[in-house]
Design a protein around this ligand. Structure first.
Ligand SMILES: Cc1cc2nc3c(=O)[nH]c(=O)nc-3n(C[C@H](O)[C@H](O)[C@H](O)COP(=O)(O)OP(=O)(O)OC[C@H]3O[C@@H](n4cnc5c(N)ncnc54)[C@H](O)[C@@H]3O)c2cc1C
Length: 521
């Protein structure tokens, strides 16, 4: 999978594509997998890197959403629990189950949460992950040794899924490619073309790397641009009314001493009525999130001081080692592409259901939903897009479609486990060049070989692509990622043929982005 071959495919493609998908996040790549696996001819264009948007910035939970159960949205919970099960079945190398403990401080909490979580478990049916139950105080502390004991009565444990979002996404890109789709990062859709009847029949696009413009025609265009959906809709129809209410959520990352053990904490009601998680992730502690309405989406959102202080203050209420600003290794923000609804007071109360909307111009927009439900969103979207474009009827086949890298015994792969079966290929690189065995930083497990692998086989085009999404260095420890950047740039310069000026520019661009992930004291 590399950009040169993808370009060749586009140049050789003289007819209209069955489908062009705009946006390379979970939603767009999910649509590309589904459509290509049915046998449709698909082109996907992403303006930045795959997953640069929200899809690398989530809480990384494959979950039904206990919170939505409380809101009474049983349909969404059941759909998401089924999808959680399918994700584990189709990508066991990236998704795994995790115990979540709800600590109890009041007498009524044990029966209340115990019952609710039992219902959550039952709704999963045959896709269940583990048996939820009420815990004594001692059992709660066995799960969470660093939980504050003052006033603690016990807890309730339930099971959900956890994954590495950007890693799953790049393996989904590879899956779509294997099914026949053509996918390009760093190509922005700049406009939509229409036929004589005013129906969208293609896109105008720009290769961000060269500045070259080109056009591609399609029987149907799918808008999967997440929080940017309305911008593309406006290109098709200047009078289109906004569908998206962007809402920002942030996470803080600490070292593993703050949350010892292998379980996560779930706080069902923070001081402002939200849910907060503290989760062990890649040997670190991930704490979040917030739900802050914002005026407009940006591609590199920045955490607000209020959000940072809120997470620190809430984490201090629960953890024995009180986290401070000095302890924050990374802070990252993402934007939820929530769908507008009338009569809803806060973004937290807006539904996480997905919507498929067809504009009068025939542009199909798929938005809302969750990472967990990407496959189901894609199935719905392709069903509707195919009908609209009068494509031959073909059934969805993704229920049992294995994601690239599928591997069931990942423990033996050690730090390379998230690569699944690709880990053997990464190891082969090391065998041919033992220098690639060298770690890039003492604080993180990443090896030089992973940079070479990302540039050669995963379409990484920048230092940021490698440090933020092919590895998760920037999300785990921003200062360590900054320290790794020159070595990463050296390796990429060799792979991609950068001259000194290109290398210097890459490093400056990475420093710029990384400054948003370093918490300034
Ligand atoms: C803080 C937070 C925590 C979350 N946690 C979870 C969780 O734990 N579990 C869960 O299931 N869900 C979670 N979600 C929701 C989930 O992350 C999102 O629903 C999902 O990632 C949205 O994916 P997307 O593809 O629709 O959007 P994006 O990932 O934003 O993708 C849209 C893409 O479109 C591209 N694009 C935009 N305009 C153009 C253009 N003109 N041309 C080409 N490309 C373009 C963008 O660059 C972007 O990459 C969370 C969301 C947030 C914000």
């Amino acid at each position: 999978m590399n950009r040169t071959d993808m370009w060749r495919r586009i140049e050789a493609h003289t007819q209209a594509w069955d489908m062009i998908v705009v946006g390379g996040g979970a939603t767009g790549v999910g649509v590309a997998i589904d459509a290509a696996a049915r046998g449709y001819d698909v082109l996907l264009l992403e303006q930045s890197d795959f997953g640069k948007g929200t899809s690398s910035r989530s809480t990384k939970l494959a979950h039904g959403g206990v919170r939505y159960l409380e809101q009474g949205n049983i349909g969404l919970v059941m759909e998401a629990l089924k999808e959680r099960g399918l994700l584990l079945q189709n990508a066991p190398h990236i998704v795994h189950d995790l115990a979540f403990v709800v600590p109890n401080y009041d007498w009524w909490e044990a029966p209340f949460y115990g019952l609710g979580l039992k219902l959550y478990q039952l709704l999963a049916g045959k896709y269940g992950f583990g048996v939820s139950r009420i815990l004594s105080k001692e059992e709660t502390l066995e799960h969470l040794p660093t939980l504050k004991t003052e006033g603690l009565r016990g807890g309730a444990v339930y099971y959900d899924g956890q994954f590495d979002d950007a890693r799953l996404l790049i393996h989904m890109v590879a899956t779509a490619f294997e099914q026949g789709a053509t996918l390009l990062n760093y190509v922005a859709v700049t406009g939509l073309t229409k036929d004589a009847q005013g129906f969208v029949n293609g896109v105008g696009a720009r290769d961000v790397e060269t500045g070259n413009d080109f056009r591609a025609t399609a029987k149907v265009v799918v808008n999967a641009t997440g929080a940017f959906s309305d911008l593309l809709r406006l290109k098709a129809e200047p009078s289109a009314t906004a569908m998206i209410v962007p809402s920002q959520g942030i996470h803080l990352v600490f070292d593993s001493s703050f949350l010892q053990g292998e379980s996560a904490v779930m706080v069902p009601h923070t001081s402002d009525g939200r849910v907060l998680f503290a989760i062990p992730w890649h040997g670190h502690t991930l704490v979040g999130t917030t739900d802050t309405p914002i005026a407009a989406a940006t591609i590199e959102p920045v955490a607000l001081e209020l959000e940072i202080e809120f997470i620190l203050a809430t984490a201090r209420q629960y953890l024995t080692k009180a986290p401070t600003r000095e302890d924050v290794l990374s802070v990252f923000a993402g934007i939820r592409p929530l769908v507008r609804a009338t009569g809803v007071a806060t973004t937290a109360a807006l539904s996480r259901d997905h919507v498929i909307h067809v504009d009068r111009s025939g542009l199909v927009t798929v938005c809302g939903g969750k990472w967990t439900t990407y496959r189901h969103m894609a199935e719905d979207c392709v069903d509707q897009a195919a009908t609209l474009a009068q494509l031959p009827d073909k059934p969805c086949v993704t229920h049992h479609l294995r994601i690239h890298g599928f591997h069931e015994a990942t423990k033996e792969l050690g730090a390379l486990a998230v690569y699944g079966s690709d880990a053997y290929e990464v190891r082969k690189l090391i065998e041919t060049d033992p220098d690639l065995r060298e770690p890039l930083h003492a604080a993180l497990p990443y090896l030089k070989a992973e940079v070479v692998w990302a540039a050669r086989h995963e379409m990484a085009r920048s230092v940021e692509d490698v440090l933020a999404r092919r590895t998760r260095a920037l999300f785990l420890n921003a200062r360590a990622a900054l320290a790794m950047a020159p070595a990463v740039a050296d390796l990429m310069a060799l792979e991609l043929g950068w001259d000194e000026l290109a290398r210097t520019r890459q490093l400056a661009a990475f420093r710029d982005v990384a400054s948003n992930y370093v918490l300034h004291l």
